[in-house]
Design a binder for this molecule. Sequence first.
Ligand SMILES: O=C(O)CCC(=O)C(=O)O
Length: 248
Amino acid sequence: MAYEQELVPPHLNSALSAAQEREVEFFRHWGYLVVEQAITPPEVALLREALDETFARQQSEFIHQLLEQDDRFAFLIDHQPILSRIRALLGTCIQLHSATARVTRPGTLDQDWHRDGPWPMDFAGTPYGSLPGQINCAYFLDDLNPENGPNMIVPGSHRVPFRPPLGHPTFPDEKKVFARAGDVVMFDGWLYHRGGANNSQANRRGCFMCYQNAWMKSREPFDGPRVTKLRETGPPERQMLLGAVGPW
Ligand SMILES: O=C(O)CCC(=O)C(=O)O
């Protein structure tokens, strides 16, 4: 066997409370969920500090392999207010697809509508039931407003069987999410989404923890020194989240 048996939970689906079932139903239908104040103000301050330092070193708007940058990001791996919802949606055998951050500088233009993966979508899934399931969790570290740009989504678009339009035309049913610092927008990676233009004078900061089932390929290798140490020293679920289950 290529993995330690104790890493794999005995059941794929755990029992859900009535409140969790309502959230799952909402997410299945609309493809997103806003979790207000999922991190505390001190946690927001900690992440801002870590991200500002990372950004000063990297000078890149988009930061890949975030967990390799600074230990202060590590608590996001299994932050329970979000991970409990990921488990409710994807089941218990889950891993990170990627951990990234975006610092949207003043003057950045509107993003184009996009999905996070190239795979075609069919609202019926496959005959056996699977969908390209991937859920991105956007931790916003600044209050979003019309100046620095909302997080834009088209609720329900995660199941439409065609790709988003080119550019960033207006959808009649688009939603501008004005998240507050500390809120998390969880969204199906196939939901049409984009970041709004930043016309303010300040950076607009966010960390993106993206999850999928543990039997899928991750986008990141998760093989750098910080992640390797986190995996080797972490409890079983954290090990699984960081890719300890290799080939099946
Ligand atoms: O910043 C946002 O609101 C969304 C960012 C995004 O979709 C991306 O970076 O691909």
